[in-house]
Ligand binder design. Structure first.
Ligand SMILES: Cc1cc2nc3c(=O)[nH]c(=O)nc-3n(C[C@H](O)[C@H](O)[C@H](O)COP(=O)(O)OP(=O)(O)OC[C@H]3O[C@@H](n4cnc5c(N)ncnc54)[C@H](O)[C@@H]3O)c2cc1C
Ligand SMILES: NC(=O)c1ccc[n+]([C@@H]2O[C@H](COP(=O)([O-])OP(=O)(O)OC[C@H]3O[C@@H](n4cnc5c(N)ncnc54)[C@H](OP(=O)(O)O)[C@@H]3O)[C@@H](O)[C@H]2O)c1
Length: 388
């Protein structure tokens, strides 16, 4: 774990309670996503950050979810328990902020079977617990309300016995989407709110749901810390060109980069590849980006709106279309950054860089792969990734 900036007493172990001072919708009516900018005040924290850093946030469950779990357990929400640090609290508070209840874990399932009397429910649950694949599939789509409703014969001997099986809440990271110099004492986050429905109930992500639904404005109640990045940084020399590839919320750190480069008067050119589903509803920070472009501070902007036509167009397709130019920027020393989805997008973008090195650089497949994997990434350290 990296150390926080030295000036601040706040860290992951001792998070600062920040105030939410603004939030703006970045996606429009009709979008399939709810992506928003959340502005947090760092006033009084001494926290500082550099573009490329992330904010760690401890989310909280909704009071409604907590009350449902307490009712299903048949306990009193005010019952005395300890939190994961061993400090005294109430069952209600522990479920609100200390333990994960919006997603189930395997450990709980095994214990739950022991809390059910002999009979059909117990046998059915044992059938799930004894089959690893069935268990994974079962817990992937359920929270503890789903499970306690289905296995309503389960009785825990005490609130502590239930809590002992839960996973402690862990913080979520969000790329900081602002430059501190451009917005003193503020950190801007660009968050897609996780919402979905399974088993007839609406569910939400712990941290993104907390921001969207239950974080009161102008109340210092959001536990945060700065997670420094060692590597995801602007080039030390402002005259270096940069290419940024950030579809979806992967755009976040690049907004910070653009703000910083504009403030620094960096002379290097800035090229952004951005993609989302539809231009009409999902062009995150669209007006700002177009304004940067108009002002000559964003030299190239390539957009890939995947669902504006019958076939998918992704950022890597735009990279390929611009392969010659992209190759020439790389040959002149440009940095290449990618941020966002690790599972599909970042892999495809990586392969596309290799394809461009082959096609435009005339390299063999092996030499092209070596150029991207070794020269750009390791030797020259100018292919930088922040993917999740
Ligand atoms: C370095 C880094 C930077 C990041 N930056 C950003 C950022 O700038 N913006 C941003 O929005 N996110 C960002 N993330 C992701 C972020 O940290 C969280 O993972 C994300 O917001 C979800 O957290 P949550 O607590 O809201 O949801 P959780 O409570 O963690 O719930 C999410 C889980 O819900 C389940 N789930 C989701 N959808 C469904 C479904 N349809 N059906 C069934 N189950 C489902 C999945 O198991 C999923 O893992 C970043 C992550 C990292 C590591
Ligand atoms: N852990 C979590 O619960 C959680 C919550 C929020 C976000 N995230 C992660 O955050 C990342 C960003 O999410 P996001 O919703 O902002 O954006 P996203 O899902 O990455 O989508 C942004 C754009 O990328 C397109 N895309 C899909 N597959 C692609 C591929 N292989 N290559 C290039 N582009 C591709 C999408 O098109 P189509 O949709 O039309 O295919 C869309 O136009 C993802 O990793 C997402 O999983 C995780």
């Amino acid at each position: 774990m990296e150390a926080p900036p030295a000036a601040s007493p706040y860290s992951r172990k001792n998070p600062f309670l920040a105030e939410l001072t603004r939030h703006d919708r970045l996606t429009g009516r009709g979008s399939s996503k709810d992506t928003r900018q959340f502005v947090l005040s760092l006033t009084g924290s001494g926290l500082t950050y550099t573009p490329g850093d992330s904010l760690g946030v401890f989310g909280r469950h909704s009071p409604e979810l907590v009350e449902e779990v307490i009712t299903l357990l048949g306990f009193n929400g005010g019952a005395a328990v300890n939190n994961p640090k061993g400090q005294p609290t109430t069952l209600r508070q522990a479920l609100l902020r200390d333990y994960t209840i919006n997603r189930a874990n395997r450990k709980m399932m095994a214990t739950l079977a022991e809390c059910i009397p002999q009979g059909e429910q117990r046998n059915r649950l044992m059938g799930i617990v004894d089959n690893s694949d069935a268990l994974s599939e079962y817990i992937n789509t359920r929270d503890y309300v789903d499970i306690l409703k289905e296995f309503h014969e389960a009785r825990f001997e005490s609130p502590a016995a239930f809590l002992a099986q839960l996973s402690p809440v862990v913080p979520r990271l969000y790329s900081i989407a602002s430059s501190l110099q451009a917005h003193p004492n503020e950190a801007h986050l660009c968050i897609t709110v996780v919402r979905y429905e399974t088993h007839g109930r609406a569910k939400k992500g712990l941290a993104s749901g907390f921001f969207a639904d239950h974080s009161d404005m102008f109340v210092k109640n959001i536990p945060i810390y700065v997670q420094e990045s060692r590597t995801f940084r602007l080039p030390p020399d402002g005259s270096t060109d940069i290419i940024m590839c950030g579809p979806g919320v992967g755009l976040a750190p690049f907004r910070a980069f653009l703000e910083q480069r504009a403030l620094d008067g960096a002379t290097g050119r800035n090229w952004l590849f951005f993609g989302e589903q539809r231009r009409e509803t999902d062009f995150l920070y669209g007006n700002e980006l177009l304004e940067y472009q108009r002002a000559g501070k964003l030299h190239r902007l390539d957009l890939a709106f995947s669902r504006d036509q019958s076939h998918k167009i992704y950022v890597q397709h735009r990279m390929l279309e611009q392969g010659k130019e992209l190759w020439s920027w790389l040959q002149s020393g440009a940095y290449f950054y990618v941020c966002g989805d690790a599972r599909h997008m970042a892999k495809d973008v990586h392969q596309t860089l290799i394809d461009i090195a082959q096609k435009e650089g005339g390299l063999s497949p092996e030499v092209a792969a070596d150029y991207v994997n070794v020269t750009l990434m390791k030797t020259e350290k100018r292919y930088l990734r922040d993917v999740y």
